[in-house]
Design a protein around this ligand. Sequence first.
Ligand SMILES: Nc1ncnc2c1ncn2[C@@H]1O[C@H](COP(=O)(O)OP(=O)(O)O)[C@@H](O)[C@H]1O
Ligand SMILES: [Mg+2]
Length: 508
Amino acid sequence: MFEQIQKSVRAKLLVLMLSTTLVALIVALFVLAIYDVRNYSEKWVGDLSTQAEILGRSSAAAIAFDDPQTAHENLNLLRVRPMILAAALYAPTGSLFATYTRAGDAADVFPESPLADGITINGNQIVLFKKIVESDVLQGTVYIRAQYELLDRLLDYLGILAMVMVLSMLAALLIWAWLQKTITKPLKDITDVARQVMESRDFSLRVNKTTDDEIGYLVDAFNNMLAEIGRGADALLATDRMKDQFLATLAHELRNPLAPISNALYLLNQAGDQPEVAANARRIMARQLKQLVRLVDDLLDVSRITTGKLVLKKEQIELGRVIDNAIEIARPLIESRAHRLTVDIPERAIYLNGDETRLAQVFSNLLNNAAKYTEPNGAITIAVEAAGEDVLVSVTDNGMGMPSEILPEIFEMFTQAHISHDRTQAGLGLGLALALRLVEMHGGTIQAYSAGIGRGSRFTVRLPMLLLPASTAPEPMSGGQTACRAQTVSGGGQQTGFCLEPGGPSPR
Ligand SMILES: Nc1ncnc2c1ncn2[C@@H]1O[C@H](COP(=O)(O)OP(=O)(O)O)[C@@H](O)[C@H]1O
Ligand SMILES: [Mg+2]
């Protein structure tokens, strides 16, 4: 029983209401009873004294003239007071002069002689002696014996208490039933939903809000918390799935170079006196090793970035050099896929405050992606243009493009828009995430555009330029503001150069 109360708010509320009502009633009735008993006692004693006084004074003459008949008649008037059981008048000598006993009662036994003035309470009877004194002369004594119903009154009170309690408890129960609807029912609803959520892990469940008070607020807060936890759980699941996918990709990526390396090793062992076979085997091994190192470097960079340990070595650098380095890194892939690369850089040197290696990493990632996600013989352009105090570097290709819905997520780690089964476009989905963080660390932004699958892509990096005083700025070449340094790196042996001016590409 006690355990049930402990576990239920409803039971606690019920006990609270009933016990409060009970305590309030007992205290109120106790105070009332004390007040009434005191009041009753004082009033009854005063009343009897007055009665004795009146009786004495009206009977003084009868005693003086030895007229017991009149005294008797006076005493008989007491019959209108049924609470008075017996009364008597004593002569000044102390002898019994006249007596009265309530009608219907057996003749009373009266004291032989009057006792001292005063009131004595004896069980449920009260006895009073009062001397009749007139002009300092004792005229006689009045004796009255009456009922004193204190105990009866107390018993009455107990009866009333019991009745009031029963009625109040009934009223309290009715109030509780109503309160239960507005207070404990919503609380119970919350508990029920919480239990269901715990059992089914279904965070889409909600509690119905029925009140606008604190409990209504609690219901809202509870529902919001459920929504929040639900979102968190979904995000965790998605991350978990991504991690699983990433691990599978990583395993593939790390394993891919191993087969050619072991083949090359075999060839190396078998080469004997064929130096060209051995050289070819070494080339294969070097290329695959480079691929492995690149993967591990990307992983290390990601872990440095997520732990905040990646530090840039910033200095004054020239953008043209950075882009040359990036092209150098991407060149093998671009050439191997026979793409045509157009480079459009203004002749005027543009300076940045940045880390040359890291920025080259950003652009080589973009170029590598362009080469990777464009079918062989595609066209890739890297272009630089000034935009106010910033410089925009864009890498455009006419390759596979991306669906528009993936664009907002493309810079998140492990996101890949194309799942290649033959793993010709293998990767870990880290390149763009790294590029974004590195660009942000340089105070810049990076954006991806694509008109859709098969419609090419463009990645634009915006970086703040380093504005040098005129004296330190290098001389522009051949006086042309639109002069450009354009070249085409072609996989197919073409050597035609292009200079992309505002009006469009023009053969050099
Ligand atoms: N130039 C591009 N054309 C089409 N899709 C691209 C291009 N660059 C990136 N992507 C898409 O963005 C994804 C993420 O790129 P990235 O972070 O470099 O990872 P990875 O190249 O290792 O897959 C790629 O898997 C690819 O689906
Ligand atoms: Mg990539």
